[in-house]
Structure formats: structure tokens, C-alpha cells
Design a protein around this ligand. Structure first.
Ligand code: 13P
Length: 287
């Protein structure tokens, strides 16, 4: 069931768990995430970066595929189709394409421009029934060409952006896209606590969910995080399972080269990763 992400995240906030956003890249990814969420009776958010949207030939294709697949698989758990780290133009395109949720990432603008553009997109998103996420401070590392320095968000700026009527807020707290370096200092819980205190209990979003240790995930949830984004970890699981299949020479046995066989171990591996995260985030049986 395609819905916006507002209610599922308010429920998560009040129930002290988090909903996973799993980024999708193609049909197999989408199917694996949807089937796992359904199996675990969990709400779920499908994240689409602008790069992945382009790869899948555009946001219209993505929206049509997700809508049709959700129906064909008989998915009854709440599913939001969400733009990840959207530009101003990308956010508008996703509203037109039929997404149910958008993120506008204005964190690289100065605060006045971030406020102006976020304000405009809040009105547009809400007019069309979509939920909207905005960002303050930046997520470190790189995701599909979006590069961040990993600045810790300023609580006063978070309060300003949260007050614009957005539905959930991404705030940099030392989190990084991709794998964490060995010398990573961990999440800045003091900053998270201050941001939570300054933003009137708005659901907070933790980007860079790959590789964050279990105790840190649980602590972040206890301090107001209601949505956790995972991308790289599914990519690594998929690649690892596919490599093993090929290295074992299975593509050369019988019709093992058939893409439906070749991609099956990777798709199963994504399911296992999504299952593990949903269980860790506590959203199983919360649909
Ligand atoms: P990871 O790739 O580190 O899991 O981060 C995902 C993310 O934050 C998507 O916006």
C-alpha cells in the first residue's frame, strides 16, 4: 500500500522504534525490499537517489514500477516511495512523477536559501499529499555524487528548518554515507540530544545506516531517531553473493547464466540484510 511517510514515522517516534529507508537500484532491489517488509509486517520506505532515478530511466519509470509491483505482489504494509537527497528540481520532478515522499537536501546552501527553498517545497509537497524531509548539517562521505563534509548540525538551524512544517528532519551528527573509516569517532549523541530538544519532537532521520554498531542504533532511536537510511550495506551483500555464485562457476552450470538465476543469490542477500535491519530497528509487526 503506497502512502506518504508522515504517519508511519509519527507512529515510530511514539513507539520508540525506527522505520528503515532502503535505497533501490532496480527491479530486484525493489522486489527484495517489498517482500521482506511484507514478510515481517513492517512499514518501509523505498529510497531513490537522483543517480539511481536516472539509472532506472527517470522518476516516472520508478514510480510506475513501484506502484505496479506493490499491487502485483499484494503488498499490504505501508510503503513510501521517497526521493533521497533531492535537489530543488529533482524534488519538483518527483512530486509530478507520483512519488509519495521527498527529501529536499538544501544543506549545502546558506541557511537563508535552505529556508526559502524548503518553505516552497513544503507547500508543494503538502498540496499533493506527500511528506517532506529536509536536512541541516551534512552527512559525510559521498552518495551518488552528493558529497558532504560531515558537519554537525547546529540545533538553532535545525529548529528553524523543523519549524517550516517539514515532516521529518535529517541532521548531521557525525554520520557518513558508505563504510565508516577505522578511525571514525562514532555518532555525536550530545549533538543529537540537543537537536532533539530544539526541534519539538519532530521525527529525526539517521542517514549513513550502513555499519553503525547495534548499540549506537538503539541509543539513536532512544534520542528521537525514527527513520534510518541504509544503502551501501545492501549493495555490499548483493555484490558478495553474486561474486560467490560466479566464483563457484555456477553461471557455467546448466542454465546458470540465466539472469533470473544469476541475480537470485544477490536478491536473497538483500532480503537477509533488510530483514536484519528491520529487526534491529524494531519495526517488525508495526505495519
Ligand atoms: P549508507 O549508504 O551509508 O547506508 O547511507 C544511506 C543513506 O543515508 C541514504 O541517504
Amino acid at each position: 500500500m503506497l502512502v506518504n511517510a508522515t504517519n508511519m514515522l509519527l507512529k515510530a517516534r511514539d513507539g520508540h522504534y525506527a522505520v528503515g529507508q532502503f535505497n533501490i537500484n532496480n527491479l530486484e532491489w525493489t522486489k527484495s525490499v517489498l517482500l521482506t517488509a511484507q514478510e515481517l509486517n513492517s512499514p518501509v520506505i523505498l529510497g531513490v537517489s537522483e543517480g539511481a532515478g536516472k539509472y532506472m530511466t527517470g522518476f516516472k519509470t520508478v514510480a510506475a514500477m513501484v506502484k505496479a509491483m506493490d499491487e502485483s505482489l499484494g503488498i499490504t504494509v505501508p510503503v513510501a516511495l521517497h526521493l533521497d537527497h533531492g535537489t530543488y528540481e529533482g524534488a519538483k520532478a518527483c512530486v509530478a512523477a507520483g512519488f509519495t515522499s521527498i527529501m529536499f537536501d538544501g544543506s549545502h546552501y546558506d541557511i537563508d536559501e535552505n529556508v526559502a527553498k524548503t518553505t516552497e517545497l513544503v507547500a508543494l509537497a503538502h498540496d499533493h499529499g506527500l511528506s517532506i524531509e529536509a536536512e541541516v548539517g551534512s552527512i559525510g562521505g559521498e552518495e551518488d555524487g552528493v558529497v558532504g563534509m560531515g558537519e554537525i548540525a547546529d540545533p538553532a538551524q535545525c529548529a528553524m528548518i523543523a519549524g517550516l512544517g517539514i515532516d521529518f528532519l535529517a541532521a548531521g551528527i557525525g554520520n557518513i554515507h558508505g563504510k565508516y573509516p577505522a578511525n571514525w569517532k562514532g555518532l555525536d549523541f550530545e549533538a543529537l540530544d540537543k537537536i532533539h530538544g530544539a526541534t519539538n519532537n519532530i521525527p529525526l532521520v539517521l542517514h549513513g545506516g550502513t555499519g553503525i554498531p547495534e548499540e549506537m542504533i538503539k541509543k539513536a532511536i532512544s534520542l528521537g531517531v525514527s527513520k534510518i537510511n541504509v544503502n551501501t550495506e545492501c549493495q555490499l551483500s548483493f555484490a558478495d553473493a553474486t561474486r560467490k555464485y560466479i566464483e563457484a562457476g555456477k553461471d557455467l552450470q546448466g542454465k546458470g547464466f540465466d539472469p533470473r538465476k544469476l541475480l537470485a543469490p544477490g536478491a536473497e542477500a538483500i532480503k537477509a540484510t533488510v530483514r536484519e535491519k528491520i529487526e534491529l530497528f524494531g519495526s517488525a509487526n508495526k505495519a
